[in-house]
Design a protein around this ligand. Structure first.
Ligand code: NDP
Length: 448
């Protein structure tokens, strides 16, 4: 073993011994380390500075009780988290997730990924993530509001314009950000820059709701073009029907692709005429309904229970936009047998290690989450800039910035992969480009 592989193995063992039960966090770290050997071979100074052990330990972990009253007057208790992972290049930045599966392992995996994603955007933002095991499904508006107010009562002690700026993630959209911001304002005063994803009338940015989905389509378009392909005439499978999926459907369709599926955690729809963006938006954003409703409304669509990635269905491009580990090795094989030439990730870590290995073995183009879905956080950072300048840019202006940022992320990943002799490996390229930026900032700042 070389000094580099020795070091990577040693640090991974330390992390595994420290947090043996944090499966998602260990998976994210393991996947990341697998791409780091060429960097540590060329830069022994990172080993001397023990940069990886420092980088994998969050600067701060905050866990708190969130008591709230349900509509029947019963006291309920959830667990809240904020992981302030790394501030080497700017204030902690990353979303809040409300989903029953949320635990410290999931928040740490998301926060770890966020460090490098944020670095790739080229904007001055560090990495953080938070959330709660609260389940918003089936809750009334008043229950959501009471939960958000209680959550923010505690979280407000730890966030701020120049320290930590949360945003949305699964289960947190415009409604929740509004309640969270309202409570922050009552407690600490109007400070628009403390949350992003706000409504337009109180400091939000045009194109923020669209940003992750559009950004995913722009990134994928770059990846396809670099390989003499394009969206035109291609059949595209998308999972999820939330914020990311909805706007990915819209932009992919505009770029000439035909999206034939989308899904939720119960099942998926197939529409051979192409999924109609307006109908999905109406069902999910306005009515807060289920994706099954789409098939009840659109004659050309059929509904099926289960995961979309088990369907035998011809498509060229797959864009997973639901959740972590939605594609395992077996599902990846189905997706490849279905004819997939490219996978780009809208969700965070939707492909498990066996799935990634299967794509690589089959020569499928693979755009990893931290590069492909960075558009959301990039526009969040642009929202912070607009708040600081007390200006609102037009939709076109924000969208143009977004497009340029996604093109630059792809170009940086290609350049880093070339520099470290792993050309065409966009996963290694993204990891290396993000890592070197953060590591160099940490080295410059001394032992932090
Ligand atoms: P939403 O809550 O808006 O939508 C999530 C979608 O994924 C829903 O359709 C949901 O179905 C489905 N889903 C969630 N959990 C599961 C599960 N366990 N199994 C199957 N389907 C599931 O979230 P977003 O669209 O915002 O987020 C989706 C993904 O994109 C997440 O991985 C998130 O971290 C990532 N992401 C989001 C960004 C953003 O700006 N919003 C930025 C970057 C990444 P159901 O309604 O049935 O739960």
């Amino acid at each position: 073993m070389s000094k580099a592989t020795d070091y990577l193995q040693h640090v991974y063992t330390v992390i595994e011994q420290r947090d043996p039960h944090q499966a998602e966090f260990l998976e994210a770290v393991h996947d990341f380390f697998q791409t780091m050997t060429p960097v540590f071979e060329q830069h022994p100074e990172y080993i001397d500075a023990n940069i990886l052990e420092r980088l994998t330990e969050p600067e701060r972990v905050i866990q708190f009780r969130v008591p709230w009253l349900d509509d029947a007057g019963h006291a309920r208790v959830n667990r809240g988290f904020r992981v302030q992972f790394n501030s080497a290049i700017g204030p902690y930045k990353g979303g809040l997730r409300l989903h029953p599966s949320v635990n410290l392992s999931i928040v740490k995996f998301l926060g770890f990924e966020q460090i490098f994603k944020n670095a790739l955007t080229g904007l001055p933002i560090g990495g953080g993530k938070g959330g709660s095991d609260f389940d918003p499904k089936g809750k009334s508006d008043n229950e959501i509001m009471r939960f958000c107010q209680s959550f923010m009562t505690e979280l407000s002690k730890y966030i701020g314009l120049d320290t930590d700026v949360p945003a949305g993630d699964i289960g947190v959209g415009g409604r929740e950000i509004g309640y969270l911001y309202g409570q922050y304002k009552r407690l600490r005063g109007a400070d628009r820059g403390v949350l992003t994803g706000k409504g337009l009338s109180y400091g939000g940015s045009l194109a923020r709701p669209e940003a992750t989905g559009y950004g995913l389509a722009y990134y994928t378009d770059e990846m396809l073009k670099a390989n003499d392909l394009s969206f035109k005439g291609q059949r595209v499978a998308i999972s999820g029907a939330g914020n990311v999926a909805i706007y990915a459907i819209q932009k992919v369709t505009e770029l000439g692709g035909k999206v034939i599926t989308c899904s939720d955690s119960n099942g998926y729809v197939i529409d051979e005429n192409g999924i109609d963006f307006e109908t999905v938006k109406q069902i999910k954003e306005v009515e807060r309904g289920r994706i099954k409703d789409y098939a009840d409304r659109v004659a050309s669509a059929t509904y099926h229970e289960g995961s979309v990635w088990t369907a035998q269905l011809a498509y060229d491009i797959a864009l997973p936009c639901a959740t972590q580990n939605e594609i395992d090795g077996a599902k990846a094989k189905t997706l490849i047998a279905n004819g997939t030439k490219a996978v780009a990730e809208g969700a965070n870590m939707p492909s498990n290690p066996e799935a990634i290995a299967a794509y690589q073995a089959a020569g499928v183009l693979y755009g990893p989450a931290k590069a492909a879905n960075a558009g959301g956080v990039a526009v969040s950072a642009l929202e912070m800039s607009q708040n600081s300048m007390r200006l609102s840019w037009s939709f076109e202006e924000v969208d143009n910035h977004l497009k340029t940022i996604m093109q630059t992320i792809f170009a940086q990943s290609v350049a880093a992969a070339d520099e470290y002799q792993v050309s065409g490996d966009y996963l290694s390229g993204a990891n290396i480009a993000g890592f070197t930026k953060v590591a160099d900032a940490m080295m410059a700042q001394g032992l932090v």
